[in-house]
Design a protein around this ligand. Structure first.
Ligand code: PLP
Length: 406
């Protein structure tokens, strides 16, 4: 992989016509270590967020040894990056054959569930392989309510009384049991974890069985950009959220049991940016070489404002527009699909034009993993970049006037 000190260097050296991912292993390692330091239990990286080999290998080197996995593809990816990694199979609804593969081939001994038929599936394999249920931990996933950019509680999780019954059932069979939840991705309300902990406490008290652990899932918010026309949402930063979570864990009496967290986004978001090229400027519209079917699906939902930086092509000697003014441009993606238009504009200098590049920051989470081959476009070019993405400080999170000067 070629290395550059900044994404701008990469753009001006390579003059890429295809999207280029800028990977920042130092940022990834630092963000992983920051999480491990702030969380008082085991950190299990959620592989679905970004399962690229370079990510898993960098995390393993940074000291992450536990991974939250959900499929045979993820088992294999983790195994390839770190052969002795511990894997937690935290998908509540699993194929019977995948449960067998997990237990038999990958030695996985921690699984989650939210229904009694899943207990039956797991038990069938445990019996067939003659595994002692006492060596297997089953986490019962409970429903949570809260506000996250991506809500998942409508899809998975047992209602509290049902969770009580599941814990008792699994305990009676001889499995070790725990409680887990996943509040959704990119939480938007700092009370979210406390509400989930309150539910977990209710379930624990009613179930009255020994608990092997509590898994608080993911959802920890990453930093993104901010639309300058809107009032900035008051949301505490990562250190405050973790301080609060630690206090809540203590207050609800979970401080003395093994804890697990499954962060994804907060660990990997900053580790990648993407250099895209403006293929055509048509009025206030910019047609770029990436889009919602490739790296930018997260922005299509309208939930997340991606920070961007302008990298003007020095080869363009004449430009129209006021170089000191920043304006909103509608961004159209590379495919022929008419829905392939980003839901939010990019704020860029008025002089932006065909052939210029834009560096889109903080796209490490759910962008590489969600890209498709639709229409034959599949961005897959990587470079390593040493310095962190710099969103600038003018119009926060957007291309700033200062960038115009250089
Ligand atoms: C997706 C997922 C995560 C990671 O969520 P982030 O919001 O990226 O931290 C963790 N746990 C489970 C069960 C998940 O499905």
């Amino acid at each position: 992989m070629q290395s550059f000190s900044t994404a701008k260097d990469a753009a001006l050296t390579l003059r890429p016509d295809a999207p280029v991912y800028c990977f920042r292993p130092d940022v990834l390692a630092a963000d992983a270590k920051a999480f491990v330091t702030a969380f008082p239990g085991e950190t299990a990286y959620a592989v679905k967020t970004n399962g690229e080999p370079m990510v898993l290998e960098t995390l393993a080197k940074a000291g992450i040894s536990t991974f939250d996995v959900a499929s045979p593809g993820e088992f294999a990816a983790v195994k390839a990056a770190k052969s002795d990694a511990e894997m937690l199979y935290m998908h509540p609804v699993k194929a019977q054959s995948d449960i067998r593969l997990a237990l038999e081939t990958y030695g996985i001994r921690v699984l989650s569930l939210d229904h009694e038929d899943e207990v039956a599936k797991i038990l069938r394999i445990v019996r067939a392989l003659d595994i002692d249920p006492g060596t297997v931990t089953l986490f019962v996933r409970i429903q949570t309510k809260g506000h996250a950019a991506y809500e998942l509680s409508r899809k998975f999780g047992a209602a509290p009384a049902h969770a009580v019954e599941l814990l008792q059932r699994c305990h009676k069979i001889g499995f070790k049991v725990g409680i887990c939840f996943h509040v959704g991705s990119q939480i938007e309300d700092p009370d979210t974890y406390e509400r989930a902990l309150a539910s977990a406490d209710w379930v624990r008290n009613r179930a009255d069985v020994p608990l092997a652990g509590l898994d608080v899932g993911g959802g920890f918010p990453a930093e993104y950009g901010h639309d300058p026309r809107r009032k900035k949402k008051e949301m505490p930063g990562f250190p405050e959220i973790m301080t609060r979570l630690n206090a809540d864990i203590g207050e609800w009496g979970f401080g003395d049991m093994p804890l697990v967290a499954e962060p994804g986004r907060v660990i990997v978001a900053r580790a990648f940016s993407l250099i895209v090229r403006v293929l055509l400027r048509k009025g206030r519209r910019l047609y770029i070489n990436d889009g919602i079917w490739a790296s930018l699906s997260d922005s299509w939902t309208g939930k997340i404002t991606l920070p961007a930086r302008f990298i003007p092509d020095p080869a363009r000697v004449t430009r129209n527009g006021d170089p000191t003014k920043i304006g909103a441009f509608k961004v159209c993606g590379a495919t022929c699909d008419s829905v392939d238009i980003l839901s939010r504009p990019f704020w860029l200098p008025e002089t932006v034009d065909t052939g210029d590049w834009i560096e889109i920051g903080h796209i490490g989470a759910y962008s590489l993993s969600l890209r498709t081959r639709f229409n034959g476009f599949y961005p897959d070019t990587f470079v390593e970049v040493a310095s962190p993405f710099d969103a600038g400080d003018k119009a926060e999170g957007y291309a700033s006037l200062e960038t115009m000067a250089d």
